[in-house]
Write a protein that binds this ligand. Structure first.
Ligand code: C2E
Ligand code: SIN
Ligand code: SIN
Ligand code: SIN
Ligand code: FE
Ligand code: FE
Length: 373
């Protein structure tokens, strides 16, 4: 978001209409939640000639308002009664304030964190079709010389609010669905691991490691997050393996290991039936997480870059976690032993480039390990 702190004149109605048409076209075709929120905030900012605009959404389950604040898409959560945003959410009445620091309801923590200086503020409720308040629009620092908001700004932002209210409601329903899907995936992953007496901590760690390695390998945030969401499912196929095999205290017989080796394909078949991106990604990971760079893995014996990058990423982090954990058949290895194994298996079990990236950032992986022990 660029800011334009030079002298700015109030919009005439033509300019206002232009902004509305411009954003309306984009908003109706945007299906990415973050970009949609960004568009709505930008629209509110432009319509009121504000330096910043934040769209706070109400999370009913947590009784919180949350928003992505300017620059860097950092998510901020506040109790639904806190700050000017909370005051408006509770009272359902708009607020126009010339200097936030003169108002004891103002919550200056965000300024303190960002180094930004809030002065004039205007906040108003955003309602859905049933007239229920689902969030608040907040614009900060009017860019005209006078630098305060007027009733005309309130009118403009109300217009934006009524327009975005419906789009927002549809979007919130989608967020709810997506969050539910993520939770279901995670729970299913836990079931897969739980069958082999592993805790949810394993899937959690593998997910965090996989995202970190994906980012370090140069994938963008969105793709790394996708891998994080999908990777907890890598062992879901273990649900079809008998307990006596999975939880066998000792070494497996060749026949038993053959049974185990079916879990990638079973997982793939379970997940591949859906066309959803998350589940398709999970299917690839389930299928290919036991392939080896040298082609001696299973189920297909793919080698090198014929193994999907996601499979190569999860192979490294899954083994890293498995070796560092107690299993019914083995005790956890110490870090030195794991690293010796990893160096030995570079270019054999593991993609050498990815393994180097992993080792180069080992301290960050160890921090995740500590956090989810
Ligand atoms: P898991 O326990 O989650 O292990 C995942 C992968 O980590 C293993 O895939 C292997 O590549 C690596 N790994 C884990 N422990 C060791 C170890 O002590 N030494 C070495 N060199 N690598 C290790 P893998 O071998 O394809 O096994 C897949 C799954 O089969 C394992 O998942 C586990 O559930 C089961 N499994 C493998 N070996 C045995 C065993 O000897 N006894 C029992 N009860 N289960 C086993
Ligand atoms: C508030 O609404 O008082 C807090 C939000 C902000 O500082 O931008
Ligand atoms: C890669 O997967 O791009 C790396 C190839 C290699 O390390 O040989
Ligand atoms: C890539 O394949 O996109 C680079 C990471 C790797 O070496 O696998
Ligand atoms: Fe596995
Ligand atoms: Fe695993």
């Amino acid at each position: 978001m660029e800011s334009n702190r030079h002298n700015t004149n109030e919009l005439n109605s033509e300019e206002l209409l232009e902004i509305i048409f411009d954003y309306a076209a984009q908003i109706t075709t945007e299906n990415n939640v973050d970009r949609l929120l960004q568009l709505m905030a930008d629209m509110g900012r432009k319509m009121t000639l504000a330096d910043r605009c934040t769209l706070w959404l109400y999370d009913e389950a947590k009784d919180e308002l949350w928003a992505r604040v300017a620059h860097g898409l950092k998510e901020v959560h506040v109790p639904s009664s806190v700050g000017l945003a909370g005051a408006v959410f509770q009272s359902d009445e708009p607020l126009v304030i010339d200097d936030a620091y003169q108002d004891e309801r103002f919550h200056s923590v965000i300024d303190a964190q960002t180094g930004y200086r809030t002065k004039s503020v205007m906040v108003l409720p955003v309602k859905n079709k049933q007239n229920k308040t689902i969030g608040v629009y907040q614009v900060i620092n009017k860019l005209t010389e006078e630098s305060v908001f007027h009733s005309k700004d309130l009118k403009y932002l109300s217009l934006a609010a009524s327009y975005t209210g419906q789009a927002l409601e549809a979007m919130l329903a989608n967020i709810e669905i997506e969050e539910t899907q993520k939770e279901i995936l995670f729970k299913m992953g836990e079931i897969g691991e739980g069958r082999s007496k592993e805790t949810g901590a394993h899937v959690k760690r593998v997910a965090e490691y996989a995202k970190l390695l994906a980012l370090k390998a140069g994938l963008d945030e969105e793709e790394a997050e996708l891998i994080k969401i999908a990777s907890p499912m890598h062992d879901i196929g273990k649900v079809a393996i008998p307990d006596v095999v999975l939880n066998k205290p000792g070494k497996l017989t060749p026949d038993e290991f053959k049974m185990i080796q079916k879990h990638p394909k079973i997982g793939y078949e379970l997940l591949n039936s859906s066309k959803r991106t998350i589940l398709q990604t999970a299917a690839i990971i389930a299928d290919q997480h036991h392939e080896r760079w040298d082609g001696k893995g299973y189920p297909e014996g793919r080698s090198g870059e014929n193994i999907h990058l996601y499979g190569r990423i999860v192979a490294i982090v899954d083994v890293f976690d498995a070796l560092g954990s107690d299993r019914p058949y083995k005790e956890a290895w110490d870090l030195e032993r794991i690293l010796a194994y990893f160096r030995e298996e570079k270019g054999r079990h593991f993609d050498p480039t990815l393994l180097d990236i992993f080792l180069a950032h080992l301290p960050e992986f160890l921090r995740i390990k500590e956090k989810y022990e």
